[in-house]
Design a protein around this ligand. Structure first.
Ligand SMILES: NC(=O)c1ccc[n+]([C@@H]2O[C@H](COP(=O)([O-])OP(=O)(O)OC[C@H]3O[C@@H](n4cnc5c(N)ncnc54)[C@H](OP(=O)(O)O)[C@@H]3O)[C@@H](O)[C@H]2O)c1
Length: 319
């Protein structure tokens, strides 16, 4: 089953795509999304319109501050969720070779009827790509699976032993035009310092575990000083620690007419951290993107900052 606007006969652009796309910053239909129904809190005029914020990467490329995490979204039901997200206005899909769903992401992009340039695709090289040649091959197979001739952002998924060679393969892909921006994921400070001392292209982005319980302030601060964008993976802790029903976040959200999930995401975005939450439910997809029309006060930000435990929720974490 496809998203409603698809089933109705394939509009060239889905209804409700209120957010400006990368090719035409500042453009966009007047917003009629759920974000307007939920209440504007203390938003300024720009935020009241619920406009998707864009990050500018260190090479000038723009990237939506919020995208869809696609881990576990696969098969035709996965494509349906991605189509729902694109219909609602998501313009970033975060995939990885490890997720085994690059083909589904490519399929959703094609079926959406949106121009390829309107959608920001992130993918990641996994352990089987852990050498220069294997990484080169991995980039080629990702392009094929995604059914595209370029990937917006490609990351070394984790600091595997051959990460230096993998990163060099990404640098060469940028020169060849098959990858626009490159970066890393789950690289801690020491590995970052080694990489930054030797790389030809400074990483545009480091995708890190980041949520109210694990805020990684010093690493985030260092990356920002280098001009590297930070993007939070598992901004809800993969649903493990009750973030979306936490009483403090729920009470905070009530003041703004928002949910705990929205507060959790807004907290990150307000710290300048991009987010890729995953949901397989349309209503939650809409809820999760309705975070650009309110602003948490400094006092509320401080309360949330104090919830940091300094500990990862994931035993396999590299950091
Ligand atoms: N680079 C890396 O190493 C790495 C590691 C992990 C993840 N990631 C990326 O980050 C993305 C997000 O992380 P994640 O998928 O692990 O988990 P997440 O986004 O932190 O949390 C997803 C969980 O939260 C639930 N949820 C979503 N929206 C909700 C809402 N509004 N209210 C209540 N519950 C809600 C989802 O349930 P439903 O689906 O049932 O709504 C799901 O159980 C991944 O999909 C992937 O793209 C990257």
């Amino acid at each position: 089953m496809r998203a409603a606007w698809q089933r109705k006969g394939g509009l060239s652009s889905p209804p409700g795509t209120d957010w400006p796309d990368q090719s035409s910053p500042g453009q966009g239909r007047p917003d009629q999304t759920r974000s307007d129904q939920i209440g504007a809190g203390q938003a300024g005029p720009e935020q009241r319109r619920g406009r998707m914020q864009q990050a500018t990467l260190n090479n000038g490329q723009t990237m939506p501050m919020l995208g869809l995490g696609t881990y576990t979204l696969s098969g035709s039901s996965g494509v349906d969720v991605m189509l729902d997200a694109l219909e609602l206005g998501y313009r970033l899909l975060d995939t990885a070779k490890m997720y085994g769903n690059e083909h589904e992401v490519g399929q959703a992009v094609l079926e959406s009827g949106l121009a390829r340039r309107e959608i920001f695709i992130t993918s990641k090289l996994n352990r089987p790509c852990a050498s220069y040649q294997k990484a080169r091959q991995g980039i080629a197979t990702s392009l094929e699976a995604l059914q595209t001739d370029y990937i917006d952002l490609m990351l070394v998924h984790e600091p595997y032993e051959a990460w230096e060679e993998m990163y060099q393969a990404l640098e060469d892909a940028v020169a060849e035009g098959t990858v626009r921006s490159i970066g890393i994921s789950s690289f801690g400070l020491e590995r970052c310092k080694r990489l930054y001392a030797q790389c030809r292209i400074t990483p545009a982005l480091n995708q890190l575990e980041n949520h109210i319980y694990f805020q990684q302030d010093s690493l985030v601060g260092w990356l920002k000083e280098q001009g590297t964008c930070v993007q939070a993976w598992s901004p809800f802790g993969e649903g493990r620690a009750g973030i979306c029903s936490h009483p403090v976040l729920t009470a905070t959200g009530r003041k703004y007419g928002k949910t705990a999930a929205q507060v959790a995401l807004r907290f990150l975005v307000q710290r300048g951290i991009a987010v890729v939450p995953k949901s397989s439910h349309r209503q939650r997809l809409a809820e999760n993107m309705a975070i650009f029309d309110f602003q948490l006060t400094e006092e509320d930000m401080q309360v949330l900052q104090d919830m940091d435990t300094g500990k990862s929720l994931f035993s396999w974490s590299w950091i």
